[in-house]
Design a protein around this ligand. Structure first.
Ligand SMILES: Cc1cc2nc3c(=O)[nH]c(=O)nc-3n(C[C@H](O)[C@H](O)[C@H](O)COP(=O)(O)O)c2cc1C
Length: 181
């Protein structure tokens, strides 16, 4: 798939086919997604694929998303949920633990964004729909998934083969986005 097509046609998908995405396909995606840029190549993002029905049910219960019920449908419907994680205190930090820039811990989230978009585009190229969800209780989810100390959740991404075609929500015009000085 052309990069331009992938970028323009990737949509947030909230309905999926029942069949799970095979592990080989997931691994192929991560193999390429690891080339996403990161602060000083610190590569803090990681991936946890949730497939167990018990864990899926808990994550979909609303208990882990501050009761934001809109997200439940996609979580329940998705055969798999990719949890994008990151190691805290490295990206955007100096070795002594101080912030590298006045933007503080901003860069670790930035790296998660870069990883998430790369992951979602690669998934789209394979007919796999994803939706990045920002409503999640980081601490509770980390505990449920038994994430190691110092690892946090960057995004919750329900995923599966595309079960609905969505129209692109309106985008701003180039003239609104781009300035020259
Ligand atoms: C950081 C971030 C958080 C988001 N959180 C949610 C969410 O909690 N639930 C949801 O359904 N979509 C969520 N989205 C998806 C956006 O609503 C979606 O990207 C936007 O409406 C544009 O639509 P498109 O992705 O189909 O182009 C999120 C996207 C981003 C980047």
């Amino acid at each position: 798939m052309e990069l331009m097509t992938a970028v323009k046609e990737r949509r947030s998908v909230r309905k999926y086919e029942e069949r799970p995405v095979p592990h080989e396909v997931i691994e192929e995606i991560i193999e390429a997604a690891r080339y996403a840029p990161s602060w000083k190549n610190t590569q803090v993002p990681g991936y946890v694929l949730v497939e167990s029905p018990e864990l899926k049910e808990k994550i979909s219960s609303g208990e882990y998303s501050f009761g934001f019920t809109y997200n439940r449908k996609a979580l329940i419907n998705a055969p798999q949920i990719m949890i994008l994680t990151y190691k805290k205190g490295i990206s955007g930090f100096e070795k002594d633990g101080s912030f590298s820039t006045p933007k503080g811990a901003f860069w670790e989230a930035f790296d998660c964004g870069s990883a998430a978009q790369t992951f979602c585009l690669l998934a789209h190229e394979r007919g796999i729909g994803t939706v990045i969800q920002g409503y999640f209780d980081d601490a509770k989810l980390a505990e449920l998934l038994e994430l190691p100390e110092g690892v946090s959740v960057g995004a919750v991404i329900p995923m599966g083969y595309i079960g609905e075609e969505n129209k692109a929500p309106r985008r701003k015009d180039v003239s609104e986005l781009l300035n020259y000085k």
